[in-house]
Ligand binder design. Structure first.
Ligand SMILES: Cc1cc2nc3c(=O)[nH]c(=O)nc-3n(C[C@H](O)[C@H](O)[C@H](O)COP(=O)(O)OP(=O)(O)OC[C@H]3O[C@@H](n4cnc5c(N)ncnc54)[C@H](O)[C@@H]3O)c2cc1C
Ligand code: FES
Length: 252
């Protein structure tokens, strides 16, 4: 596969929650429509390494990226103004495998929620369960509803939606769904995989430190166990970030 870094124009940069920003970037020469679960690798002024951000939504010539300020790179991104140009490699990675005739439960935790919006748009009437620490961090609820999803919101402290975890809701709904797709912190993904094991297929999107984002540097290597093969060091940027949950060693 050929990877071309392209100049995008920043059309929107909106603060949508405490420390969380929503970008829309445009480019008329996008190399192909993104698939849900893929990511963009964003060049930040003054930084050598790009910042990987999941594709939250996409069409023929634009991408939406939603990110939380964590360090210097995302801080710089949060301060950029509409009209500025930004160099992005996208779409990258291996996304969610979505089949039209299945009932999906899509689960996002915290800043793992954004890729589930584009995923929801590829599913028929999905159930979307999202979990956040507290109400100030809740994002994208109206977008999920506009995409035709049934939504269930949870917060750890009970300040919005159901007081509890996404896994409490999943356990109740397991009998109503065919497959699960999830993105969020590793302990959440591990708990979801445990609930789904032997009952419904579960795909998870992993977040791993990255360098190149295109399979050239091995920074993102992690051990996986494909169903029919031997354990191998997988590159999350190239073979992932989405894996079948049964392929993942969550403890390492
Ligand atoms: C496939 C993928 C999708 C992601 N999607 C999103 C998203 O949709 N929204 C969002 O807010 N964040 C997302 N992240 C995490 C995001 O990449 C980091 O928060 C961001 O790179 C931090 O950069 P920084 O300069 O602000 O922080 P710093 O800690 O200063 O970054 C230093 C270096 O470490 C790398 N790094 C730091 N944290 C991470 C991390 N968690 N994952 C990978 N590299 C990291 C940075 O890219 C940079 O090269 C994603 C990560 C991956 C791997
Ligand atoms: S980030 Fe370089 S190989 Fe994955």
């Amino acid at each position: 596969m050929k990877y071309d870094s392209q100049l995008f124009k920043l059309k929107k940069n909106d603060r949508i929650a405490d420390g969380i920003y929503s970008w829309v970037v445009e480019n008329d020469n996008l190399p192909g429509l993104a698939r849900c679960g893929q990511f963009a690798n964003v060049k930040v002024e003054g930084k050598t390494l790009r910042r990987p951000i999941s594709i939250c939504d996409a069409d023929d010539n634009s991408l939406r990226l939603v990110f939380q300020v964590k360090g210097e790179g995302t801080e710089i991104m949060s301060k950029m103004k509409p009209g500025e140009e930004v160099e992005i490699l996208a779409p990258l990675g291996h996304g969610f495998d979505i089949q039209k005739d299945k009932k999906y439960c899509l689960i996002g935790g915290g800043i793992g929620v954004p890729p589930m919006l584009f995923t929801a748009k590829q599913c028929d009437n999905p159930l979307v369960i999202t979990g956040f620490r507290t109400k100030d961090l809740v994002i994208l609820q109206d977008d999920f509803k506009a995409a035709g999803a049934e939504t269930v919101l949870t917060t750890d402290d009970g300040s919005d939606g159901i007081h509890g975890f996404v896994t409490d809701v999943l356990k109740e709904k397991l009998g109503e769904i065919d497959e699960v797709c999830a993105c969020g912190p590793i302990p959440m993904l591990r708990a979801i995989a445990d609930i789904c094991r032997g009952k419904v297929r579960c795909q998870v999107s992993l977040e791993e430190r990255m360098g190149c984002g295109i399979g050239a540097c091995l920074v993102c290597a992690c051990k996986t166990k494909p169903k029919d093969g031997e354990e191998f060091m997988s590159q999350v940027c190239r073979h992932g970030p989405v894996y079948d949950a049964e392929e993942v060693f969550f403890d390492e």
